[in-house]
Design a binder for this molecule. Sequence first.
Ligand code: HMG
Ligand code: MG
Length: 301
Amino acid sequence: MKNWPDFVQIKEVAPRDGLQNEKDWISTDDKVAWINMLSESGVKEIEYSSFVHPKWIPNLSDAREVGKRIMKRPDVFYSALVPNKKGLEHALEGGIDGASVFMSASETHNKKNINKTIAETLPVLRDVIHEAKQEGKRVTGYVSTVFDCPFEGKITPEEVIRVCDQLFEDGADDISLGDTIGSAVPSQVDQLLEAVLSRYPKEKIIMHFHDTRGMAIANIMRSLEYGITRFDSSVGGLGGCPYAPGAAGNVATNDVLYLLHGLGVKTGIQERKIQEAALFMQNKLGKELPSKALAHYVSTA
Ligand code: HMG
Ligand code: MG
């Protein structure tokens, strides 16, 4: 019995979520070449960098230069992470189709990650959303720690909805729900999606799974059964929030494509090009990336 959509849209987040968590500096030339490879894969959206404070995320301190130098294909949507008005100003200079604002459903993680309480964050993001919309940009709101917080433990769907309501009210076009520490199992996905989808259209919800415990593919499968058609993933399985202890990489785009294409779900993405882009960064970083599909590709090449 088929119980999943025919088409899924992937947002490739490795240039942002992936590189923000690496200690080694990747040169601007290499970032640009890598993002250009990703642009040629058929992926329809790339989060190319982050306009946060360079002291907080040193590896992405060249976001503006990267934004100016990448070849922006007209059929690819280029977005970037933006924490506040200063970040938006820089992102507009770098060039963006969309801004991704972010906050956490958990008070403690929010404070550790962006140095503000939830109540202090909301007006900052409201200003960013309004200004970005005035500039004609789409705005995605990331909500982190939607299942568990590394400091507070379980987060309830009500806590998540409280933040989502506010972001939608302030004008966010869609929301990406983040399993920041990769702790959820499918029954938690059931609980959250039942609450969220009784309130918002499924087209406005994106799922963002980290794969710390190898549960992300199971959680994506469960999300597909709810009709979710938008997922964030990262080439090779790079990723993680440096301000969430224990957070490992995002689910690998390579593995997600293996699942989706095997199910007969179309993505428009060429798996081989994603494998090659993963190998490019694996060589630059000089370490094996976590993707299982990548390991298989390498072993059979
Ligand atoms: P702050 O220190 O509280 O900022 O940091 P502030 O507003 O008090 O300003 C202090 C100074 O920083 C000022 O400079 C500002 O101009 C400057 P001064 O006047 O002292 O010379 N400043 C900036 N400079 C450059 N770019 C900016 C910027 N903003 C202020 N954008 C801030 C607050 C939010 C900036 C900081 O906490 C920060 O950058 N945090 C980012 C942390 C981060 O990137 N975490 C990872 C991303 S989130 C994630 O990975 C989760 C996600 O993937 C979903 C999931 O998995 O759940 C999205
Ligand atoms: Mg993330």
